[in-house]
Design a protein around this ligand. Structure first.
Ligand SMILES: Nc1ncnc2c1ncn2[C@@H]1O[C@H](COP(=O)(O)OP(=O)(O)OP(=O)(O)O)[C@@H](O)[C@H]1O
Ligand SMILES: [Mg+2]
Ligand SMILES: [Zn+2]
Length: 377
């Protein structure tokens, strides 16, 4: 790392500069690309959905797309550049937050009505350098009632050459009057397989040799959020590692790992209560977290269940073929009722333990119940 440069987090260094680099969200990308290319961009958009899935990223791509100096209407058919190009002067300035006609306003820190009044005063000016002035309102649900009212007035009579992009994780907090004036896109959680693919490319650029199962595990832990996935990747490589292995990821996640989970399941299934209790206490003593153990266990059992019914489960389970084969071998000895029952109990435990100061005791009780019930059968 260049010591003169401020350190920049991986997820910020690798923000997509063109639509082709976006992972998932194809339902959004397809429509926006087309609208930009044909000049049919609406005057107000609402991007809603889970955090870290690309709302701000795509808002900036749209801002670039309408102001990009390359490509444009009528040029798709003859193979012209797709907007945004990511490299022209306007695209680069927007990327650096230095383009005069694009303003990004974080409503969480600018929610007084005065700011929106200022904004309305600003709206009378036409774009200076670009085709459209773009206002991106991040976390727009933080707006006050007065701020919404002021914004609404502008949305009712949208000035020409102005584009509003509202982003929020909580669209239910927005007034219906605002919602009904925006073209709305719901951002989805990104599939683990797509996050893994994206991370593989980033790891390569960073000079990190990452194994497929390490990336699959990271992507799965990201739970649909690309930013969470990249933050986890970052945690794994901060101490200068150039090799990313599944073991390293397990260690960073504080996760017990498949082998330990498989052995625990086997003890419980066979009714070896004492062994199961010792085993789980060893995991906790080794620094694993109770809730992490429960989550991993549920995930392992879920995979075991799918392996029983689905022929090629690689696509729906975020694991390597190798680890799926191992789970398959273990699961062959269990009937579906045992797997289902275990998932029910552990899910209930995960929920019940959320506010409990006795998470460890609850986990032990559940293990005893799972194991002893087996003995009674
Ligand atoms: N769909 C995606 N494709 C590729 N990278 C993504 C995607 N979504 C998020 N990222 C990565 O995560 C970072 C944060 O994404 P972004 O700011 O767009 O998320 P967001 O949906 O606006 O989240 P929040 O709700 O927290 O504001 C980006 O810089 C990028 O590295
Ligand atoms: Mg955002
Ligand atoms: Zn451009």
């Amino acid at each position: 790392m260049d010591s003169q440069n401020k350190y920049i987090a991986i997820y910020r260094r690798f923000r997509p500069e063109t639509f082709d680099e976006v992972l998932g969200q194809s339902h959004v990308v397809r429509v926006l690309k087309n609208q930009i290319q044909t000049g049919n961009v609406a005057h107000a958009y609402l991007f809603s959905g889970t955090r870290g899935t690309g709302k701000t990223t795509i808002a900036r791509l749209l801002a670039k797309g309408v102001n990009c100096l390359n490509g444009g209407a009528g040029e798709i058919a003859d193979g012209g550049a797709t907007r945004p190009c990511g490299v022209c002067e306007h695209c680069v300035e927007i990327k650096n937050g230095a383009f005069i006609d694009v303003a990004e306003i974080d409503a969480a820190s600018n929610n007084s009505v005065d700011d929106v009044r200022d904004l309305r005063e600003m709206l009378v000016y036409p774009p200076q350098l670009g085709r459209k002035r773009v206002f991106i309102f991040d976390e727009v649900h933080e707006f006050s009632k007065q701020a919404f009212n002021a914004l609404l007035k502008t949305l009712e009579e949208p000035p020409e050459n102005i584009l509003f992009i509202l982003c929020t994780t909580e669209p239910n907090k927005l007034p219906q009057t605002i919602l009904s004036r925006c073209q709305r896109f719901d951002f989805r959680r990104v599939a683990a397989s797509e996050i893994a693919d994206g991370m593989a490319g980033i790891a390569r650029k960073l000079g990190i040799e990452a194994s497929d199962d390490a990336l699959a595990l990271l992507a799965q832990s990201a739970d649909g959020s690309v930013r969470d996935g990249l933050s986890l990747l970052e945690q794994c490589v901060t101490s200068g590692e150039t090799k990313l292995t599944r073991e390293l990821v397990l260690d960073v996640l504080g996760s017990p790992g498949d082998d330990a989970i498989a052995a625990l399941t086997d003890d419980v299934h066979a009714g070896r209560t004492a062994e199961a209790l010792v085993r789980v206490n060893e995991m906790l003593a080794g620094g694993k977290e109770e809730r992490r153990v429960m989550e991993e266990w549920i995930d392992w059992l879920h995979s075991a269940l799918l392996v029983k019914f689905v022929k090629n489960p690689e696509r729906i389970i975020g694991r390597s073929a190798e680890s799926i084969a191992e789970i398959g071998r273990a699961a062959a000895g269990y009937d579906v009722a045992f797997v289902n029952d275990s998932i029910y109990r552990l899910s209930k435990l995960l929920n019940d333990s959320r506010w409990s100061p006795h998470v460890r005791i609850l986990l032990e009780i559940t293990i005893v119940e799972m194991s002893e019930k087996k003995c009674l059968n």
